[in-house]
Design a protein around this ligand. Structure first.
Ligand SMILES: *Cc1c(COP(=O)(O)O)cnc(C)c1O
Length: 371
């Protein structure tokens, strides 16, 4: 049984490189780089030799378990180009850990996290000319694992594939923040205790599209996922949710839902909590992972005690919220800076400075050549 071994990587470069798109034509997830990283696994032999080959279609049997029983999980992270021209990865170890946790949840094989990090760093180096330069620009990476066993039997897959593809992306907000309006969803549930909402599985996504589209027909950019009769606030679309409240004793509290199994453990969420705990003045701020309800948000807004709110995830980093419609009534969310709250903007700046290698912080951003 072979374990995943980055040192055995075989690279076959394309002889027909694609033209690089100018920065203003980059669309998220529509165009891809020249290559694909792949590693096959079988229960019999373990992880095969990793390869980087020209980007190509996959050939799978129509009976492959991925098509029938949703044996699929994925990650999303980005590579950045710093001012010295180095390509960098941000907290890739967190993504690898979560990827293994997702694999475990659906009985797909475990892999050595440090080895896959090294392979992703190598892949980014092969594609480094595709990393667009400048704040907000990056190369979005999509590590994926699927079960490939050709069988309609409902069993643990005995064959699997990890592949990684990459898409050059521009800033989420081309002309400053665009605060979003949310609709609180009550007719569908994203995740539940004992379910799989804390794993990054494709199976969690498909059932979430219809409520999102319906919210869009009523003029909202995203939906707010609630849980239970109490109306606990869980996530915003596919982002973690943060709310800033003024407390009874005049402090400010930044609150997000706790990791109780119904929340995806976002790398951005973790980074925000860490930065807030390290950098905000504890005499003025409380940083909370706690349950809170839509009713609490509504009451805080009515009393002028809601300061700001935002979603958090790799794609946008932070996404300011200006309104939440709940049972047909609007809950107004202040945006003190015009298009975002003050902390929202501060967090974007802190995180971008780390990602682009302008500020050193806990080794969160590492040049790919150091892997
Ligand atoms: C990926 C994801 C997030 C954000 O995670 P990041 O690691 O910060 O990108 C939040 N919620 C859901 C449901 C997700 O799938």
């Amino acid at each position: 049984m072979s374990s995943l071994d980055a040192s055995s990587l075989v690279i076959n470069k394309t002889t027909t490189p694609k033209a690089k798109l100018p920065n203003d034509q980059l669309v998220f997830g529509k165009t891809f780089t020249d290559h694909i990283l792949e590693i096959e696994w079988t229960a019999e032999n373990g992880w095969a030799t990793p390869t980087i080959n020209p980007y190509h279609k996959l050939e799978l049997d129509p009976s492959a378990v991925v098509f029938h029983y949703a044996f699929e999980l994925f990650e999303g992270l980005k590579a950045y180009k710093d001012a010295s021209g180095n390509s960098r990865l941000f907290r890739v170890n967190k993504n690898m850990k979560r990827m293994n946790a997702s694999a475990e949840r659906i009985d797909l094989p475990a892999f050595d996290e440090a080895e896959l990090s090294k392979l992703i760093a190598k892949f980014v180096e092969v594609e480094q000319d595709f990393i667009p330069e400048g704040h907000g620009y990056s190369l979005y990476l999509r590590p994926t694992m699927i079960g490939t066993t050709a069988s309609l039997g409902v069993n643990t897959p005995d064959k699997a594939l990890i592949f990684v593809i990459a898409s050059p992306v521009g800033p989420y907000y081309k002309t400053g923040f665009k605060p979003v309006s949310l609709e609180a969803t009550e007719n569908a549930v994203r995740a539940w205790p004992g379910g799989s909402g804390n794993s990054k599985l494709g199976a969690n996504y498909a059932p979430c599209i219809k409520p999102q589209r319906e919210a869009a027909t009523r003029g909202h950019q995203q939906n707010l996922w609630l849980f239970g009769e109490e109306g606990f606030v869980t996530e915003v679309g596919t982002m973690n949710a943060f709310f800033v409240f003024e407390t009874e004793d005049g402090k400010k509290e930044i609150a997000t839902a706790p990791l109780d199994g119904t929340i995806l453990e976002g790398v951005t969420r973790d980074s925000i909590l860490d930065l807030c705990r390290e950098k905000l003045d504890p005499n003025e701020w409380i940083v909370s992972e706690r349950k809170f309800t839509i009713h609490e948000v509504k009451e805080a807004s009515a009393k002028g005690k809601l300061i700001e709110a935002f979603g958090a995830g790799t794609a946008a980093i932070v996404s300011p919220i200006k309104n939440i419609t709940f049972r047909g009534e609007d809950i107004n969310v202040p945006v003190a800076l015009g298009s975002s709250g003050e902390l929202t903007k501060q967090l974007l700046d802190w995180i971008e400075q780390i990602q682009y290698g302008e500020a050193e912080y806990k080794n969160w951003s590492t040049p790919t050549k150091d892997y």
